[in-house]
Design a protein around this ligand. Structure first.
Ligand code: TRP
Length: 373
């Protein structure tokens, strides 16, 4: 008794992270700035009792049903990118969504707590339906993926979900499911809170062409696995200010991709090292705005900044690439660990929903008494 109350107190205090990515391609610097970098900091902060990082292959299949090979190939790419960024399997549980059957069971029960019109109003689902030309025929699995995402989060009793801004509607929907479940059945589920990047440039890093978002299909990404040369070529071709034709012309910072990246990645010590004639980014921006500062100079500086950030990641990735079976091993062990946690939650969910027939001695006794003459 004393032990168990100590145990519950401990759990109540402990903060738990769950987050993840769809394995539809290698991860890029947008993922890094928007989420990965923060995850590694959180992992190393020691403030979290458990950290679950999920490769969301089942969710990736909701809009790639006809392309399972793509999803399969990218599971290992995402795992390598995770490890390269510094996620450490000794501190974080890395696992594959589809291997946790309990998530499907949870989703199935949560479906009773969500209306079709609520899903239709989910802004992320709305945009994605347009992006994928699903308007006329939406796969049911895709339409309901916010519910499955609620299962991902609640299965681990996550208190904290570090994600990019585009995921806010998913967390909102999860909170609603938690409220509904806890009030209809029993207070089993934990309401998560979202953790957004604190630097606003990191929230939505544009592609190198200045388009709103980095995306594989637009070919505008800088990947974490890109070589130093590839990164440099991409930075030198970045979209800047189309009105800044001559070095002497006044330039615009707003919507200028190079400056958005500097907002996201540059630190004062970078100026000391690579551009000592400016004390900080504000001075550089002021000069650009005034006129007299060329794009090439700013791009070269950005290249130095990015190379410094990406080089350790690239080197760590190369190390991990040498032992691919070990990566699968890490994911297998992580999936087993994650499954045990999800199974515990599912069992609590089933008792709350009164579908735990065989574990409920009281029920069997009451039913027997009913029929005793
Ligand atoms: N929807 C997320 C993405 O597109 C991936 C994801 C699935 C996720 N389940 C999650 C993120 C749970 C956070 C929590 O990248």
């Amino acid at each position: 008794m004393a032990y168990s109350s100590y145990f519950w107190e401990d759990l109540e205090m402990g903060k738990i992270i769950l987050t993840g990515d769809r394995p539809t391609g290698r991860l890029h610097v947008g993922h890094y700035a928007g989420s990965l970098k923060r995850r590694v900091e959180l992992q190393n902060s020691g403030q979290f009792e458990k950290i679950f990082i999920m490769i969301a292959d089942a969710q990736a299949l909701t809009d790639n049903a006809d392309n399972p090979e793509k999803v399969r190939q990218n599971v290992i790419e995402v795992a390598l990118d995770y490890l390269a960024c510094g996620l450490d399997p000794a501190k974080s549980t890395l696992f594959i969504q589809s291997q946790i059957a309990e998530l499907c069971e949870l989703s199935f029960y949560y479906m009773n707590l969500v209306t079709v019109s609520r899903l239709q109003r989910n802004p992320t689902v709305k945009t994605e339906i347009q992006m994928r030309n699903f308007e006329t025929s939406i796969p049911v699995g895709f339409f309901t993926y916010p519910i499955s995402q609620a299962a991902d989060i609640t299965a681990f009793k996550a208190t904290t979900v570090p994600v990019g801004e585009d995921q806010l509607p998913m967390i909102e929907q999860t909170k609603e499911i938690v409220h509904k479940f806890n009030s209809v059945y029993a207070p089993v589920l934990v309401e998560p809170e979202v953790l957004l990047p604190d630097n606003s440039a990191c929230k939505r890093l544009p592609g190198i062409d200045g388009k709103a978002k980095m995306s594989k299909s637009l070919g505008n990404c800088i990947y974490l696995a890109d070589s130093a040369d590839e990164v440099r070529t991409k930075i030198m071709s970045m979209y800047t200010d189309p009105l800044h034709l001559q070095v002497s012309d006044p330039g615009h910072i707003e919507g200028n991709t190079v400056f958005t990246y500097l907002d996201a990645f540059s630190k004062p010590e970078h100026f000391e090292r690579y551009l000592p004639e400016y004390a900080n980014l504000d001075e550089l921006k002021a000069h650009y705005t005034r006129g007299g500062l060329g794009d090439v100079k700013v791009k070269k500086f950005l290249n130095n900044v990015m190379q410094e950030e990406l080089e350790p990641i690239r080197n760590r990735r190369a190390e991990y690439e040498k032992d691919i079976p070990e990566i699968y091993n890490i994911l297998k062990k992580g999936s087993e660990e994650a499954r045990a946690v999800a199974a515990q939650t599912l069992s609590e969910v089933k008792s709350a929903m009164k579908i735990n027939y065989f574990e409920d001695a009281e029920l069997i006794k009451a039913q027997s008494e009913k029929y005793e003459k």
